[in-house]
Design a protein around this ligand. Structure first.
Ligand code: ACM
Length: 524
């Protein structure tokens, strides 16, 4: 270990142990914590000063959270509150300071103030465990994130979880300062987003999931999507929709066979037709409705694993003619043609295009495309993306696919060559990844992806997500020289009772025997 690292670990030990008497278990680890060696008592008499820069929104949010989490009613006052918010444009985005001394003062921009509250709520949850309720340590925290993109992806095509579960996940994301919810809304097993111009997408394409092909149609109406997106916005979470194309499209072809590009024996009706103008028009219409629902101005169009099911393209007369006319014998060129057409549609909607790393060689515009590196065994896809100048989100299967097992002994999740995604490996990401240092300005951040082929219900969803979501959060927030797994592990232990209070069935890394792995589907 380098000397600098030793020094910073020692400093962190001192910082945390100074505060141990009053337990500071904040995750993700703040950039710096200075103890002021005293206590602040928080109770019913506490007042919150109404924030005057946002019509009181942030102060009312804190009031509500304290009430919902701790059953304490705090009064909002016009001046001289015990909790004061200072809107400070001098702070870079998402950074904040929190000082607990004679009173509690949080400074930051919109997101920064919000994150200051999350830190305060964690400190309060900690203090609740002590002998005196809400005896907070006096301290000064200065905090800012390592990465601007700290995401969770949820696949609702393989299995559908519904609004309440999504809102619950968003609340936990906010608690851990995660700020992007990537919503995988369409894939072969089911189409989950209402598109008014093409109602069969949900009425027919929404039927079935990975375990029950005849499950009645499950999907989000546009009204529900608006509600979820607005809810996320209040939690400073950006929602990025994914409409996967031209592969992973069996559900579309079930609804509208006329758009099919065929499939393979293993993946029937897997693709959309890559050449037909009617398909490009159909998809552009879909994307228009998607764009209107999601203020992120970003649309993920998938682009992954097309070769799984594009075999029929070889004998399709339109594709064959196109290949002849363009002097190519490669289906990858056909795929790239399709992607560029869709990129035109996406930029025509004034959106940024996001795609899985297969799209890296398609020649998509550098200034309007974000690449997601997911194939951990294809480092070349990452280096190609970075060398070409694309911004990149890191989500390699190992360690960031949360459908992978958390422990050697687990049986129902995935493993790859015996490897899986344990808490520690997630925590140490991305320090070990080549190129993360050399092109750091292009690495937007990272996200944990919850694929749900092997997750069929909320119970198992939570088990696969908790506590690894905390490691994803700290990997995304804490700067590398401020990370130490042992200290994280110590702090994390305090979060287990919080999960219990939230009625979350989690993998208890401290007592694994007590939380057996749930099966994928009851009765199987
Ligand atoms: C993926 O896992 N197919 C992006």
């Amino acid at each position: 270990m380098r000397i600098k690292s030793w020094v910073s670990v020692l400093a962190m030990w001192m910082m945390v142990s100074l505060l141990y008497g009053q337990e500071v278990s904040v995750v993700p680890m703040p950039q710096s914590i200075k103890s002021l060696n005293s206590s602040f008592y928080f109770g019913n008499h506490i007042t919150i000063q109404e924030s005057d820069f946002d019509n009181g929104q942030i102060s009312h949010y804190l009031q509500q959270e304290i009430h919902d989490r701790f059953g304490i009613y705090t009064k909002i006052v016009a001046a001289e509150g015990d909790v004061v918010f200072v809107y400070d444009e001098g702070f870079s985005s998402e950074s904040y300071s929190l000082k607990i001394d004679e009173n509690i003062q949080i400074n930051g921009d919109d997101a920064g103030l919000f994150y200051g509250i999350q830190t305060l709520l964690q400190l309060m949850a900690d203090a609740e465990e002590g002998s005196t309720k809400f005896q907070l340590p006096t301290l000064e925290i200065e905090d800012s994130p390592a990465f601007q993109w700290r995401g969770i992806m949820l696949d609702e095509s393989r299995h559908f979880f519904g609004k309440e579960v999504v809102l619950e996940l968003l609340r936990w994301m906010a608690f851990y300062k995660l700020n992007v919810f990537h919503w995988h809304l369409t894939d072969s097993p089911g189409w989950r987003i209402e598109i008014k111009k093409y109602p069969y997408l949900t009425l027919i394409g929404g039927i079935g999931d990975d375990h029950h092909p005849h499950q009645k149609a499950q999907f989000y109406t546009q009204e529900e999507i608006k509600e979820i997106v607005a809810y996320a916005q209040n939690l400073h979470i950006e929602v990025v929709p994914e409409i996967d194309m031209p592969g992973h499209a069996t559900s579309v072809n079930k609804a509208y066979p006329v758009f099919s590009g065929g499939g393979s024996e293993r993946f029937p009706e897997f693709t959309l037709h890559p050449i037909k103008d009617t398909v490009a028009t159909f998809l552009t219409d879909v994307l228009k409705e998607v764009d209107a629902l999601f203020p992120s101005q970003k649309i993920h169009i998938g682009g992954d694993e097309v070769h799984f099911g594009n075999h029929a393209w070889k004998t399709d007369s339109l594709v064959v003619d196109w290949m002849k006319a363009n002097h190519t014998s490669s289906l990858v060129d056909v795929e790239h043609y399709f992607l560029n057409r869709m990129a035109d549609s996406v930029s025509g909607l004034n959106n940024t295009l996001l795609g899985w790393d297969e799209v890296v060689n398609a020649g998509l515009p550098i200034d309007n495309t974000i690449i997601y590196w997911w194939r951990h065994d294809r480092l070349d896809a990452l280096t190609n993306a970075l060398d070409a100048g694309y911004p990149v989100v890191l989500c390699p299967r190992i360690p960031l696919y949360l459908d992978f097992d958390q422990d050697e002994s687990h049986r129902f999740g995935r493993k790859w060559g015996g490897r899986f995604a344990d808490l520690k490996t997630i925590y140490h990401f991305p320090e070990d990844t080549l190129y993360a240092d050399t092109h750091s300005d292009q690495i937007l951040g990272l996200q944990g992806n919850i694929w749900t082929e092997r997750i069929a219900n909320r119970h198992r969803l939570m088990y696969m997500t908790f506590p690894r979501i905390a490691a994803v959060a700290e990997a995304g927030w804490a700067k590398s020289d401020n990370k130490d797994f042992n200290l994280f592990f110590h702090r994390l232990e305090h979060h287990m009772p919080w999960y219990e209070e939230g009625e979350i069935y989690f993998y208890d890394v401290f007592d694994p025997e007590s939380t057996p792995e749930p099966v994928m589907i009851e009765g199987r």
